[in-house]
Design a protein around this ligand. Structure first.
Ligand code: ADP
Ligand code: MG
Length: 483
């Protein structure tokens, strides 16, 4: 047993998601990624004296959507608060956030682990706030530049309970968060562009200990993989320190993705006092049950519901289900496809197989896939009826159909001469002439050399010019020989 096995890790995550609203949280400045620096900055964003914030109702709607999706309690009376601190990219000198009255409390997200198990991660709270601007340290060699376009863009902060026990669980949770916000259409979930950000709080304690250890907060991870790497590094660092008889310092650390290490940013011992107080310029926002019900009614089908439908009703494997659900556009296509075919497994195989390959070869996404789902369903039907073979469908009929999308799959099969012969009367003639070529072999077969069956089937297939249904042919050849 290694020393590391003596310890248990405790992790809580704080995620910020940037909302896909057109305008900012408390002003009508445009909130868009990638605009020219300092172009979306009215006097409200700049915090000029005398300007007043106004709450973006779309941001409220998005918070309620997320709250419903994670089974949270949604607060009726929402107060905003000022969190005061001075920073160059925060021109007001404070951030308008929620302190004692987060819009959502409780709820949970179910993380799906690699080994097929799930882990329920309880949420502490979700609250609304605004983002700060961006300080750019790497454009000018001497000066820090400031872009205030991001100042005031709406965020939701999702705080979890200290429920994670490993970096892998954190990774799985983040995957679910991203999927969920994309399905809800409230955030693009793009961690590289910073629209999904995550800070990890990590502590270690001896297994079975009553009290959690002192936590360290790690920031600045720009991918799920790096969150997991930072956590794994931090677990080892903390255990090593404790084993050396040292104490863990309550601090905020940053992750260096190149070196794969965390390093201290600041101590928490002399942490900021943010002097929270109720925002005097904003009235509380009331969220009525009626409003919640209305949003609930229009909520899209969510990944977990699809997962249940696909695995329980459609009997897909969990692996297939997760593949389909991963991107909501793929799931949407699949959902349409299975209104035209009841062969759920085949439909999944076609999407994740030939269709995906066709798109990948052209660097296209499923949103750019123009073939009507009925056509894929028709191909599946023709295969199931034994009229075309799987190989012919995938290699010839489907690509040809992509070039002639108004034709039917059957027309194309006919034109390419790929319709299989499944007429047993006609087949019998072919089989008889195949067998008549090898009278001695037929006798050998009848004397027990059953391994010859494949040879006879091959010969008959050749005579049918490859159009016979292999299953039917096999069966008929066997029957003929054993008559
Ligand atoms: P702070 O006051 O430092 O912001 P909070 O109590 O608000 O701390 O918790 C912030 C995050 O840290 C939450 O996700 C919470 O679950 C997590 N957390 C709290 N205590 C611990 C601990 N001992 N170890 C790991 N994570 C913790
Ligand atoms: Mg806190």
């Amino acid at each position: 047993m290694s020393v590391y096995d003596k310890y248990e890790t405790v992790i809580g995550l704080e995620c910020h998601i940037q909302l896909l609203t057109k305008t900012k949280m408390y002003s009508n400045d445009v909130a868009e990624y990638g605009a020219l620096p300092n172009t979306n900055i009215s006097v409200v964003t700049l915090g000029h004296p005398g300007t007043l914030p106004v709450v973006n109702s779309k941001a409220i709607e998005f918070a309620v959507k997320l709250g419903i999706a994670v089974n949270a309690n949604i607060r009726e009376e929402n107060q905003f608060a000022r969190k005061n601190y001075f920073y160059a990219d925060l021109p007001k000198g404070y951030q308008i956030t929620q302190d004692k009255t987060p819009i959502c409390t409780g709820g949970f997200i179910t993380a799906k682990l690699k080994d097929g198990n799930t882990k329920k991660i309880n949420l502490t709270r979700i609250h609304m706030e605004e983002d700060a601007g961006k300080s750019l340290h790497d454009i000018d060699p001497f000066e820090t530049l400031i872009d205030l376009n991001r100042a005031g863009t709406p965020l939701l902060e999702i705080v979890t309970e200290p429920d994670f026990r490993s970096g892998e669980e954190a990774y799985a949770y983040l995957t679910e968060v991203r999927k969920l916000v994309r399905y809800l259409d409230i955030c693009d979930g793009n961690m590289e562009e910073g629209s999904l950000r995550c800070d990890a709080n990590i502590s270690v304690m001896l297994k079975g200990a009553k009290e959690f250890g002192k936590k360290v907060e790690v920031k600045n991870m720009n991918s799920f993989r790096n969150v997991q790497r930072a956590i794994d590094f931090e677990i080892k660092r903390q255990i090593d320190l404790i084993e050396e008889g040292k104490l863990i310092a309550g601090e905020t650390r940053s992750f260096d993705a190149v070196k794969g290490i965390t390093f201290s940013l600041r101590s928490k011992e002399n942490a900021n006092d943010y002097r929270y107080f109720p925002e005097p310029d904003l009235q509380p926002v009331f969220v009525t049950q009626e409003y919640i019900n209305k949003i609930k009614k229009d909520l899209p089908v969510l990944p977990d519901e699809l997962f249940n439908l696909y695995t329980k009703t459609y009997k897909l494997t969990e692996y297939d289900a997760l593949q389909l659900i991963d991107l909501k556009e793929v799931a949407a296509y699949y959902n349409k496809l299975v209104t035209f075919t009841k062969n759920y497994k085949s439909a999944a195989n076609w999407l994740m197989g030939p269709v995906k390959a066709w798109l990948n070869e052209r660097a296209l996404t499923i949103s750019e896939f123009t073939l009507a789902p009925e056509k894929i369903a028709e191909i599946i039907y023709l295969i199931d009826e034994g009229k075309i073979s799987n190989a012919a469908a995938a290699q010839s009929i489907f690509p040809e159909l992509m070039n002639n999308q108004t034709k039917t799959a059957e027309q194309i099969a006919k034109e390419l001469d790929l319709l299989q012969n499944s007429n047993s009367g006609e087949l019998q003639g072919i089989i008889d002439s195949a067998l008549s070529k090898f009278p001695e072999k037929v006798t050998e077969y009848k004397n027990g050399k059953v391994g010859l069956l494949g040879m006879f089937v091959g010969e008959a297939m050749k005579l049918s010019k490859g159009k016979a249904d292999p299953k039917l042919l096999n069966q008929l050849v066997k029957e003929t020989l054993e008559k």
